[in-house]
Design a protein around this ligand. Structure first.
Ligand SMILES: Cc1ncc(COP(=O)(O)O)c(C=O)c1O
Length: 402
């Protein structure tokens, strides 16, 4: 077994104040901006923050609380907060331009606005959850939606997205290649790309997606009875981790908890970027069971925030993520059982890996006085896969997509 590799942020920007654009995206005021549009989301309700005392005791830490995103808007993941919100903001802007007047967000659900919005097409590439959110938003507000899926996205996830009336286009290659194809097609067709991944020249819309996630942080502060000392947050392109770390930095400065970003060891582009001290992409290898985290290049907007706010990076093998899911589903002692999917439980997989490594544990100062925040970012977003993994079926790893 290879030793756990914990990579410290040595960018020289750690704890620097967020700039004005970053504050708008993830700062303490960001959730207020999101709340202004909640009229367009009548189904909004906070998700639970669940304390897991028996799990904490078994791992040798003081307390663990997990934000359970499985019920979020019936879409089963925190991503419901981002893509659909960005679609709402873009449709809202379009409607105000066309109508030449202010539009109350709740009006967007009415026939007049929906008829106008039908002229718009939104599109994106996705591993699953982001596309589901964009498709749900498009359906709610009446615009056309085209979603690009790479070969590794399961049929179950495709069905869930198509269920919101989105047109599905399958692409060759991996996630990054599907992003490129989605973007080229959207430019050619005059569609609006609503991506959670950002690159030079494409920053505003991914920033809106991330701003949408901040509502979850606002809820956590309202729900938690005691401050956290550590956060283990999973990373794909880094958007979620940047929101979590950036929001805590902006709200608490140097008193904030230590943030550890957890990635699959098969797709650890954030950790590799931290090692290189710049945003780098990596070569795709085998697929990981943590399908939503299978990303090979950090998002630009996210990376700029992570340089200032994420303390450590750690990468875990698939079996840790599966073990974490099982532990959440069939908990120790009298902890509450939680239905958290493969990518959603990987923060716990990272915590378990660190607790099993005395050097890493010591570096992070993890022990009986630690209070840890985990983000259970998805439920059983692919119910068949979830069931088979919980029941002990092995995950078959396909070769890299061509
Ligand atoms: C369930 C889940 N957790 C975590 C992430 C990671 O988010 P990001 O790609 O913004 O790093 C994703 C991304 O799709 C996700 O679906």
């Amino acid at each position: 077994m290879t030793a756990l590799k914990l990579t410290a942020n040595r960018s020289g920007h750690l704890d620097e104040t967020l700039d004005a654009t970053q504050k708008k995206v993830v700062g303490v005021q960001a959730p207020e901006e999101v709340r202004r549009y909640l009229g367009a989301f009548p189904a909004y309700a906070p998700t639970p923050l669940v304390e897991l005392p028996d799990l904490a005791a078994s791992l040798g830490v003081g307390q663990i609380a997990i934000k359970d995103e499985s019920p979020r808007y019936g879409l089963c993941s925190f991503k419901a907060l981002g893509g659909a919100y960005a679609v709402a903001r873009l449709v809202h802007r379009f409607l105000e331009d066309r109508l030449g007047r202010a539009v109350d967000p709740a009006e967007m659900l009415g026939d007049e606005c929906k008829a106008l919005a039908s002229e718009m097409t939104v599109s994106c590439a996705t591993d699953g959850n982001h596309g589901r959110s964009v498709a749900a938003g498009a359906q709610m507000f009446g615009c056309r939606c085209v979603i690009f899926l790479h070969a590794g996205v399961s049929a179950g996830r495709e069905r869930a997205i198509a269920g919101f009336g989105a047109e599905i286009r399958r692409t060759d290659g991996n996630y990054d290649q599907s992003v490129a194809e989605a973007t080229e097609t959207a430019e050619r067709e005059g569609w609006t790309t609503v991506s959670d991944f950002s690159w030079p020249g494409y920053e505003e819309i991914p920033g809106l997606v991330m701003q949408g996630y901040t509502l979850m942080l606002d809820e956590i502060f309202a729900q938690s009875e005691a401050p956290f000392t550590h956060i283990f947050v999973q990373g794909g392109v880094g958007g979620l981790a940047a929101v979590v770390a950036g929001y805590f930095l902006d709200r608490m400065g140097k008193d904030r908890p230590k943030v550890v970003v957890v990635e699959p060891d098969l797709a650890n582009c954030l950790q590799l970027s931290a090692q290189a001290n710049e945003r780098v992409s990596m070569e795709p290898g085998r697929s990981t069971v943590m399908a939503m985290l299978e990303c090979y290049e950090p998002s630009l907007v996210a990376w700029g925030i992570l340089e200032k706010s994420a303390d450590y990076y750690v990468a875990i093998p698939d079996d840790h993520a599966i073990e974490a899911m099982r532990l959440l589903a069939k908990p120790i002692g009298s902890d509450r059982p939680l239905e958290i999917g493969e990518s959603g439980g990987s923060g716990l997989g990272g915590l378990m890996a660190v607790m099993a490594d005395s050097k890493a544990r010591e570096t992070l100062g993890l022990g009986p006085s630690a209070r840890i925040l985990l983000l259970g970012t998805e439920g059983a977003t692919d119910p068949e896969l979830y069931k088979s993994l919980i029941e002990g079926q092995p995950f078959s790893q396909p070769e890299a997509h061509a």
